[in-house]
Ligand binder design. Sequence first.
Ligand SMILES: *[C@@H]1O[C@H](CO)[C@@H](O)[C@H](O)[C@H]1NC(C)=O
Ligand SMILES: *[C@@H]1O[C@H](CO)[C@@H](O)[C@H](O)[C@H]1NC(C)=O
Ligand SMILES: *[C@@H]1O[C@H](CO)[C@@H](O)[C@H](O)[C@H]1NC(C)=O
Ligand SMILES: *[C@@H]1O[C@H](CO)[C@@H](O)[C@H](O)[C@H]1NC(C)=O
Ligand SMILES: *[C@@H]1O[C@H](CO)[C@@H](O)[C@H](O)[C@H]1NC(C)=O
Ligand SMILES: *[C@@H]1O[C@H](CO)[C@@H](O)[C@H](O)[C@H]1NC(C)=O
Ligand SMILES: *[C@@H]1O[C@H](CO)[C@@H](O)[C@H](O)[C@H]1NC(C)=O
Length: 507
Amino acid sequence: MARTMFNIHLLTIIFDLCVLSFTVSAAKNVVLMFGDDAGIQLGAYNNPVCKTPHLDNLASRGVTFKYGYTSVSSCSPSRSALLTGLPQHQNGIYGLASGQFHFSSFDNVISLPKILSKNQIRTGIIGKYHVQPESVYTFDFMQTDATHDGNSIGRNITLMNEYFEQFISTNDSRPFFLYMAFHDTHRCNVPDVYGEFCEKFGDPSKSNGTIPDWIPDYYDPMNVALETYIPDNSIARQDLANLYTVTGRLDQGVGLFMRTLEKYNLLDDTLIIYTSDNGIPFPGAKTNLYDHGMIEPFIVSSPDSKQNWGKTSNALASTTDIVPTILDWFDVQYPNWTLFKTQVKLTGQSLLPALSNVDATGFDHVFASHNLHEVTMYYPMRVIRTKDIRLIHNLNYFAPYPMALDIFDSPTFRKLLNDTQTGQPTEWIKSLKDYYYRSEFEMFNVTSDPNELVNLAYNPKYFSIFSDLKARLNAWQNETNDIWRCEPRGVLVTDGTCVSADNIFDN
Ligand SMILES: *[C@@H]1O[C@H](CO)[C@@H](O)[C@H](O)[C@H]1NC(C)=O
Ligand SMILES: *[C@@H]1O[C@H](CO)[C@@H](O)[C@H](O)[C@H]1NC(C)=O
Ligand SMILES: *[C@@H]1O[C@H](CO)[C@@H](O)[C@H](O)[C@H]1NC(C)=O
Ligand SMILES: *[C@@H]1O[C@H](CO)[C@@H](O)[C@H](O)[C@H]1NC(C)=O
Ligand SMILES: *[C@@H]1O[C@H](CO)[C@@H](O)[C@H](O)[C@H]1NC(C)=O
Ligand SMILES: *[C@@H]1O[C@H](CO)[C@@H](O)[C@H](O)[C@H]1NC(C)=O
Ligand SMILES: *[C@@H]1O[C@H](CO)[C@@H](O)[C@H](O)[C@H]1NC(C)=O
């Protein structure tokens, strides 16, 4: 009798274990929510004005990375790096994919959705696409467009949520990876119709059509929490107030998707990530690899790390860490493959250890790499950022820094330009001349000098830090098979060595 009881207990325990392991491994999904030019104007990042209750709620059920960075502050290159784990110079999208810019990854690049598909994981994208070729960036479910008109999928949160529900309500039992790519908070291509940030799109009192789930918040320009690198004048303040309004639209979208996940009982099986592609569209930020250009909102919510929910991490995280994180989450191996006869290795790392232990070590630097934005904007930069120090190598420092059209055309920049041309005080952190003309190397202590105004690269006191970071940066260029690795003072020749032209520069 006793023995039978024991066996029944044992069976119950075995049964419980099976159920337990079944629920843990059955449906481990990923939802990656991605902003467009979105910044850290969030409650979760201590912005006291911009109302973002849904992202703040996500932060309260996840870990907020205070030092989360993009690997390149430009749309298509950033999205390609996000979806391949490879920097732009390695995957081949050197600039924007759209229109005449026409940049594209190499045809044989293996992207995250391809790897996941091979491993019986369903993939989907809803919203902004902006990468090519489609044969590399293939998803099972696609509802995308690429315009910045008011009327794009990624700004209509009600429509996004309808597609979201369509994707997750199928009775396909495979785990899924869903990439929710907002068009907010990008500037608007038709500002005359919808406002600078398309903030009038879907507000029934401002234009035709509504976004049923959006309740707009408007902000008094006098009350915005002006970042120190944005000029203090009424035009820039209004520009920022409009950015807040569309940040609110994105935030309410996040709230909708969270409710939908809850409705389908998926919150306990789903890794949720929120980040963005590049800096906010203001001078000094987007397209730059200064901190204001690289910093991203970076919130990761894992049901497996509840003990750390609501905490902030000081780990340095990069958007090139997303691929290794998602592969780690699904327990999928990165494939063994070669690109230009070189074995491809991811140089990012999984962030899951930083979720289970917010004091985890080994997250002490990130890299970044930029070549172009629009096709005319050749300005390659390579960057390493440690906890205190950022080193930028400007490979085309001979030329003035090129301006992206949307920023050049923005009210904030126009005002800055007018003030400079008419000799008025600009209230900006630097002169436009210093902004356009940069040294080959720029090195800043970002902790003591957050606006990066004092270049330490040529200061003899910092020579050993400079040499060390320069060597680490060049080693990463080599590891990622960067064909710019000998620039600008040498040429990469066919046997893979650099032939230096230094003597020409120095004489
Ligand atoms: C769900 O599965 C059932 C039977 O397995 C099928 O008849 C139905 O069409 C499926 N529904 C969807 C939305 O795929
Ligand atoms: C109304 O919508 C159409 C099509 O979406 C657009 O072309 C037009 O500019 C809008 N009109 C106004 C006044 O916003
Ligand atoms: C947004 O999408 C919803 C749902 O499809 C639709 O009813 C609404 O008309 C759309 N709004 C605009 C402004 O296009
Ligand atoms: C990757 O593939 C190459 C060539 O097929 C092989 O030589 C190498 O050992 C493989 N590496 C790993 C880590 O599997
Ligand atoms: C800049 O100056 C031009 C020409 O004087 C003027 O049309 C424009 O409104 C000014 N813009 C701003 C933002 O001050
Ligand atoms: C950077 O500045 C911080 C704050 O002043 C200081 O603690 C740190 O030592 C500096 N780092 C370097 C490498 O000089
Ligand atoms: C990177 O590779 C080049 C040759 O391609 C070589 O000259 C250079 O020393 C390497 N840099 C490092 C840090 O290994």
